[in-house]
Ligand binder design. Structure first.
Ligand code: XLS
Ligand code: NI
Ligand code: NI
Length: 441
């Protein structure tokens, strides 16, 4: 078997004293954190599209990275070389999962029957690789945003033919996901949104999206898909207004259409930033609704207003993410690196270094979050902050449902001006976080 990354060894954990850039300094899959293996708490996944496909093309220039893997792009030989290279990549990094769009796997033909036959062929090939390596599929999805037919969206399109085409793609992508034993199936509403109300019927479009998701749910369950469907919210880009703006919006939509038992949320860090939220805000909204599904692990750039899909580097953000994940009892999905190297980092070696950065960043986040939880000061502060609802007669009456506007008014009248609420002590809490982060070793 040809080796695609000849100069790259299997990446090992060497510890934080190591200066070897091709080693993990913090990610040690065997290390126990609160009794669980780090590798099990952090089920990392490779994103087929960025890692094996993205070559650095942007609006101003063509690709700088070579992702041909020795074959002519747009051929099945190339598709197979990507499988071989991808599995070698995951094995060398110890990554246990991958995520894909239909058209990441094979070149798309105008005739969906041809594309589908190619998907059958490549998924047979992937299945063999999965069996021999133990690597699994985290989730699959259909790309319903790149082809010009989706200029007005897929579920939200104004064309019944395009809608049918989208349905056909979802059907096949679900078939492939089930064939590969995928844990989840994602809908990122890439162009499910609009540019101007002058040409748009929002109610019609939202209901049509719900119809498509319902058909997908029904078909998936019919063919034996037992995993979670996910919506991946994003507020904008490519559309000005995207319907799945953020987690709260997507959860409300799922509940309104009776889809909340089958769907959870796939939270992408950079999309949270674009929505004007923090990553941890989005995770908390999902967790309190019982809908925390999976994570697209990346980060944006506060200087730039778009989805830069950078590899996670921000340890504070990873720490706050892992706090949410640990408090929620872990993820049923995984951590998919929906991230790409910067255009000037165009070598194959850079691909490995990028994943090492991301995996080490989340390992640090996990270790810090675990320390914050066992330190206990932050959690007990938050609990105490609401104590007046548990320790006082009036508070208890609110909590047990006995209070009425009349009873609370009578209490307020007796009070005169209430004392100010207790201090939020934000700065003290931030200081505690720094203590934990930088006293890590
Ligand atoms: C784009 C999205 C996309 C989804 C999968 O912004 O993040 O990559 O994760 O379609
Ligand atoms: Ni994503
Ligand atoms: Ni994204």
């Amino acid at each position: 078997m040809k080796e695609y990354f000849e100069n790259i060894p299997a990446i090992k954990f060497e510890g934080s004293d190591s200066k070897n850039p091709l080693a993990f300094h913090f990610y040690d899959p065997e290390r126990l954190v609160s009794g669980k293996k780090m590798g099990d708490i952090l089920p990392f996944a490779m994103a087929w599209w960025h890692n094996l496909g993205a070559n650095g093309t942007d609006m101003f220039g063509r690709g700088a990275a070579d992702k041909s893997f020795g074959q002519k792009e747009g051929t099945m030989e190339h598709a197979k070389a990507k499988v071989d290279a991808g599995f070698e990549f995951m094995q060398k990094l110890g990554i246990k999962y991958f995520c894909f769009h239909d058209v990441d796997l094979v070149p798309e033909s105008d005739d969906i029957k041809i594309t589908n036959a190619r998907l059958d062929e490549i998924s047979d090939y992937i299945l063999l690789k999965m069996k021999s390596t133990g690597i699994k599929c985290l989730w699959g999805t259909a790309n319903m945003f790149s082809n010009p037919r989706y200029m007005n969206g897929a579920g939200s399109t104004n064309s019944a033919d395009v809608y049918s085409f989208a349905a056909a793609q979802v059907k096949k992508a679900l078939d492939v996901t089930v064939k590969l034993g995928g844990k989840g199936y994602v809908f990122w509403g890439g162009r499910e949104g609009y540019e101007t109300l002058l040409n748009t019927d929002i109610k019609f479009e939202l209901e049509n999206i719900a119809r498509l998701l319902t058909m997908a749910r029904d078909y998936g369950r019919k063919i034996g898909f037992k995993g979670d469907f996910y919506i991946e919210p994003k507020p904008k880009e490519p559309m000005k207004h995207q319907y799945d703006f953020d987690a709260a919006t997507a959860i409300g939509f799922l509940k309104a259409h009776g889809l909340d038992r089958d769907f959870k949320i796939n939270v992408e860090a950079n999309h949270a930033t674009l929505a004007g939220h923090t990553f941890e805000h989005e995770l908390r909204i999902c967790a309190i609704n019982g809908m925390l599904g999976s994570i697209d692990a990346n980060q944006g750039d506060p200087c730039l207003g778009w989805d830069t899909d950078e590899f996670p580097f921000d340890v504070y953000s990873a720490t706050f993410c892992m706090l949410e994940v640990l408090r929620a009892g872990g993820l049923s999905g995984g951590f998919n690196f929906d991230a790409k190297c910067r255009r000037p980092s165009y070598t194959h070696e850079d691909m490995f270094k990028a994943y090492i950065l991301g995996m080490d960043t989340f390992a640090l986040g996990l270790l810090a979050a675990d320390k914050i939880i066992s330190d206990g000061r932050i959690d007990s502060f938050v609990k105490d902050r609401y104590s007046s609802f548990f320790d006082t007669k009036i508070g208890k009456s609110i909590m047990d449902g006995a209070a009425t506007l009349e009873s609370l008014s009578a209490h307020a009248e007796k009070l005169g001006a209430p004392a100010l609420p207790s201090s939020g002590r934000q700065e003290e809490l931030q200081h505690i976080v720094n203590d934990v982060l930088f006293g890590l070793r």
